[in-house]
Design a protein around this ligand. Structure first.
Ligand code: SF4
Ligand code: SF4
Length: 96
């Protein structure tokens, strides 16, 4: 039930982000990347419309370049990164 309630909101935020409509500005408090799940594919970096994420300068202990948060203030909590991550490795916590 919670997912069914939240999905329209998530989808509308993604559409707003793609269309450049930020009539409901949102800020992120934290963007968490689970280093156990992330494989450094870079999808989250490429889909972010505001260049919030970047590739790390060094590899982790598995040899992967994980994403890092380069500009938290630029995040509009559109959640495209969450939706596109194939490994459910990234989560955005909204600053309310
Ligand atoms: S899309 Fe997911 S698995 Fe790929 S780099 Fe981003 S957090 Fe890691
Ligand atoms: S929620 Fe993700 S894709 Fe959207 S602006 Fe923030 S970091 Fe970028």
């Amino acid at each position: 039930m919670i997912i069914a309630y939240q999905m329209p909101s998530v989808i509308s935020r993604a559409i707003e982000a793609k269309n450049g409509d930020y009539s409901l500005p949102r800020k992120a408090k934290e963007i968490a990347i689970d280093g156990r799940l992330c494989k450094g594919c870079g999808i989250c970096i490429s889909v972010c419309p505001h260049d919030v994420l970047a590739k790390a300068d060094t590899v982790d202990n598995r040899g992967f370049y994980l994403p890092v948060v380069a500009d938290l203030d630029a995040c509009v909590v559109c959640r495209l990164c969450e939706m596109e991550c194939p490994d459910f490795a990234i989560s955005v916590l909204e600053d309310t």
